[in-house]
Write a protein that binds this ligand. Structure first.
Ligand code: NI
Length: 254
């Protein structure tokens, strides 16, 4: 069994065929899905799906790209949503200095709000970090965040060591299967088994085998296969370890 710990099946085209997406995932042994919001709208949709399907759990938050659009009213609604029993984490939040659609200061302010909310509700944080390694980590450490995953880990191995030293998790997507992603496979090689989760980030980032097409939760199998190959472990061992980690991290065991 595998868990896709980060997907956006509330986005098109996946949202047009949610039943099919879930069925194809189950066929591949992908039995639980964590659906992540990027703004208020997609966070609400994630919660709707979690209410409808037993094996779906929601994460709610405002993506750093959209942080400049956040109003007080939106934040209040998000806080309310975050208390829902099937909301298992806060995110995706963090910092994105690559595109910088929102000013850095605004991103930092909104990121801190998310961290405080997560601490208040005792829920983990799902972090989007792009070209903002040092700031992301120092803000998390500063505010005392304990349960954190760096989703779609795409930084180097030196930074990964700092993430693991803080007791935080790293989760890997289909981009680890790309021919030019040796740097990410180097990270995987060193990644402690206890700090590793798998995800698709679908509909984005299709693994190499399906590149050019729409990504979906069933393809998380390709991520686990790559890890098994890179770490020289059996596929079932990778499945077992990453599932156990995800169940513990998001408290969705049993
Ligand atoms: Ni995402």
């Amino acid at each position: 069994m595998l868990i896709d710990t980060h997907c956006h099946i509330q986005f098109k085209p996946l949202s047009d065929d949610v039943n099919g997406v879930i069925e194809r995932a189950k066929k591949e042994g992908v039995n639980k899905l964590i659906v992540v919001g990027c703004d208020l709208e997609s966070s609400k949709k994630a919660v709707d799906l979690a209410e409808k399907y037993d094996n779906i759990f929601a994460v709610v938050g405002i993506h750093p790209q959209d942080s400049k659009k956040l109003t007080d009213q939106m934040w209040n609604e998000l806080c309310e949503l975050a208390t829902h029993k099937k909301v298992v984490a806060i995110g995706e939040t963090g910092l994105d200095y690559f595109k910088e659609y929102s000013p850095k200061d605004t991103q930092k302010t909104v990121f801190k709000k998310h961290i405080k909310l997560a601490l208040e509700l005792d829920k983990p944080l799902v972090i989007h970090n792009r070209d903002a390694d040092e700031d992301s980590l120092s803000i998390l450490n500063e505010l005392g965040a304990k349960k954190v995953v760096f989703h779609c880990y795409s930084s180097d191995v030196t930074f990964a060591r700092k993430v693991w030293m803080s007791g935080y998790m790293t989760s890997f997507t289909g981009n680890i299967t790309y021919p030019n992603a040796q740097n990410l496979r180097d990270v995987i090689e060193e990644c402690p088994l206890s700090a590793m989760m798998v995800e698709t980030d679908c509909p984005y980032l299709s693994p190499q085998k399906y590149r050019g097409g729409t990504n979906e939760p069933s393809y998380v199998v390709e991520v686990a296969k790559q890890i098994s190959c890179t770490k020289n472990m059996s596929f079932s061992e990778v499945a077992e370890v990453t599932t156990k980690n995800a169940e513990g991290f998001f408290r969705i065991g049993g």
